[in-house]
Design a protein around this ligand. Sequence first.
Ligand code: ADP
Ligand code: AMP
Length: 214
Amino acid sequence: MKIIMLGAPGAGKGTQAKMIAEKYGIAHVSTGDIFRANIKNGTELGMEAKKYMDQGLLVPDELTVKILLDRVAKDDCKAGYVLDGFPRNIPQAQVLDKALSELGDEIDFAIDVDVPDENIVRRMGGRRACVSCGATYHLEYVPPKAEGVCDECGEKLILRDDDRADTVQKRLSVYHEQTQPLIEFYDGKGVLRTVDGTKDMQEVFEAVTAILEA
Ligand code: ADP
Ligand code: AMP
């Protein structure tokens, strides 16, 4: 099973992708997580990506596409994967399509987690991410058991640099300009499904599993 999560930044793609990966035993592939791991490890790729991420811009396709294609070629993706944060524009989707069709393969579902912009600002302002394992929480909706501490690994939780209010506005406009057209792109392929992302995360997940098991 190969799934793409679509939706604005902060819509809940990562939250749902993680739950899907666990339930169906497939890989969770997040290009944002890959970039953040590279930033943390001080790699050249990380330093280059950070320039764009901190401004709320997309990392150039030349960097992003290769990383994604290398990642999905790994063994843990053989049983399937859920892509979270890729593709983010039409050219990325076309490259993915081509790479899959060369393998005689295709995307099964593109799930759009639909959340209006006004909710997004609240979601991202309250998001806290673990500096070590990347787990995400929300101060109001998904709080950690102990304030400021990751439930999974005990490390510190932070507000991501790109979740600050001014950067969120930029990321939203980049989303509307470059990423939202993917909804029509995948609708045209007959694989688009939409879930109401304003519901609580368990309800959203029920809607997602209903789609995947239909
Ligand atoms: P994305 O991967 O789309 O950027 P996340 O999955 O990180 O979004 O979710 C953004 C923030 O909203 C996080 O703080 C997360 O804990 C919270 N969140 C995710 N899904 C829901 C939901 N259904 N209701 C309320 N908060 C949610
Ligand atoms: P995310 O964790 O998915 O919200 O991604 C955080 C940031 O990483 C984005 O705002 C972009 O700067 C960058 N990024 C992640 N995925 C991509 C992608 N597919 N194409 C370009 N930039 C990306």
